[in-house]
Design a protein around this ligand. Structure first.
Ligand code: SAH
Ligand code: SF4
Ligand code: F3S
Length: 444
């Protein structure tokens, strides 16, 4: 399977969520093991892999625009183009048949086949023809056990603890692109955590589309989070994304009491109207969600709560939207990602309901929520002014190399003037917060 020398250079580009980031690290590891090399420079690559997302139409459009850039490159020189990830899985027919640019398609459960697919495509190219290769089977078992990810540098290490999703929220494509839910062996996860610590990572983020439904024999998510947080050398453990349905008291207790588990919960609400939540298949009501928020805030004082919301789902009326708006005002999230509903082919909503909210109405609703959330975020951030906050140093601030940037335990960005004191990425420092915007706290 080892490709012919000189060593083929692979360039990988990753779109979508953290699970794709984590998968790209697995892909890099598997390909390096088989003798491929990686380059940051697309112009020098023999192979370009694009790890894709299918969650909304604009994610698709972004990737199509990107692929057409690659067409230009492929005209100039021999190049193998592989499309990985959720869009490869979801648009297999369309991408395989209609897109001459694409040589390889591999879905999220088929990456072990990549070395073979790449070798075959490169060999064919050397002999002057093109050989397409597709690996798109979803698996009930694949968790890439035995493959230590080749991690991006930084302070944070991703560890995928479960794959797939069985929730089938009616709007969502993920159960179709990532297949059935399966959890990894806890010992393998803990081994990875120790490996990350040994490589100098200070923070671990546990990943899964439904991360808190993790289960492996006697292990549930609460036990797993604490065991990972006990890893010597690791200062912080985060996780994303949990579903509100899997929040037993033991998990809330674990977050509250383990000093290294961050007091930040991303708790996707999606909508505030019971009728819409039911159509979405979210399995909770507005009252359930509020009760959960109350339990969380009662047990974890100072918890940072963030959320995802969809505007303009099928049949959403002004009144339904007002319910969502009131929920946002009532819960006072620290921040929120707010999206226009985007119909995805073959989902339950696409098959059963009409995407009947006009685009401009979706847009207006998004703007209204963004506006109210911005005000709330600013008010909440201002509550930190005058306090001392512990910060994990990440890097230089994006806007100025004279400023440092890091995150609070609650995942809020802090910047400060570095002055003469240099802090290495990965150190924990304490700063006095003297000002706040809706995006950033300012420390001194
Ligand atoms: N597993 C996570 C969500 C992953 S997708 C969870 O259940 O919370 C991230 C976010 O994208 C979702 O929370 C949802 O708000 C949004 N999203 C998913 N499908 C969408 C669609 N068809 N249109 C618009 N937003 C969508
Ligand atoms: Fe999609 Fe729902 Fe699964 Fe999240 S829980 S990935 S929104 S189906
Ligand atoms: Fe996108 Fe797939 Fe993640 S659809 S959001 S890359 S699970």
């Amino acid at each position: 399977m080892r490709p012919k020398s000189p060593t083929p250079q692979v360039h990988i580009e990753t779109f979508g969520c953290q699970m794709n980031e984590s998968d790209s690290e697995l892909v890099r590891s598997m390909l390096k093991r088989e003798g491929f090399a990686f380059t940051e420079d697309r112009e020098r690559a023999d192979v370009v892999l694009v790890n894709t997302c299918a969650i909304r139409e604009n994610a698709h459009n972004k990737i199509y625009a990107h692929l057409s850039e690659l067409k230009g490159l492929k005209k100039q020189r021999p190049l193998v183009v592989g499309v990985l990830g959720c869009m490869a899985q979801n648009l297999k027919g369309e991408l395989a048949e209609k897109e001459p640019l694409v040589d390889i398609l591999a879905g999220p459960d088929a990456y072990r086949q990549l070395p073979m697919l790449l070798s075959t495509a490169l060999e064919a190219q050397e002999q002057g023809f093109s050989q397409k290769g597709f690996a798109l089977d979803l698996s009930e078992y694949e968790t890439y056990e035995g493959i230590m990810p080749d991690r991006n540098s930084g302070v944070n290490a991703w560890i995928t603890v479960m794959r797939g999703c069985d929730n089938f929220c009616s709007f969502c494509v993920v159960p179709y692109t990532r297949g059935r839910e399966r959890s990894r062996d806890p010992e393998a996860i803990l081994l990875e955590a120790r490996d990350a610590a040994a490589s100098g990572f200070k923070q671990i983020t546990l990943l899964g589309q439904n991360v808190n439904s993790y289960r492996s024999d006697e292990w549930d998510f609460a036990r797993l989070v604490c065991a990972v947080a006990d890893t010597p050398g690791i200062d912080r453990v985060r996780f994303t994304s949990p579903h509100p349905k899997d929040f037993p008291p033991a998990l809330i207790e674990a977050i509250a009491t383990h000093p290294k588990v961050c007091k930040h919960i991303h708790l996707p609400l999606q909508a505030g109207s019971d009728r819409i939540l039911d159509l979405m298949g979210r399995t909770y009501t507005e009252a359930d969600y509020l009760a959960l928020v109350e339990r969380i805030r009662g047990t974890i004082p100072d918890v940072v709560l963030t959320t995802d919301i969809i505007c303009g789902f099928c049949s959403e009326s002004d009144e339904d939207f007002q319910d969502t708006y009131r929920m946002v005002e009532r819960v006072r999230f620290d921040s929120a990602y707010i999206f226009k509903y985007s119909e995805r082919k073959n989902t339950i909503a696409a098959r059963k309901y009409l995407d009947d909210v006009p685009d401009f109405v979706k847009g207006t609703r998004v703007s209204k929520l963004v506006e109210v959330q911005r005000r709330i975020t600013l008010e909440r951030n201002r509550e930190y002014v005058g306090r001392e906050m512990e910060i994990l140093v990440e890097r230089d601030a994006t806007r100025s190399s004279t400023q440092g940037m890091g995150k609070t335990d609650g995942n809020i960005t802090v910047v400060w003037d570095k002055g003469t004191s240099l802090f290495e990425p990965g150190t924990l420092i304490t700063k006095h917060i003297f000002d706040a915007s809706a995006a950033t706290l300012y420390g001194e």
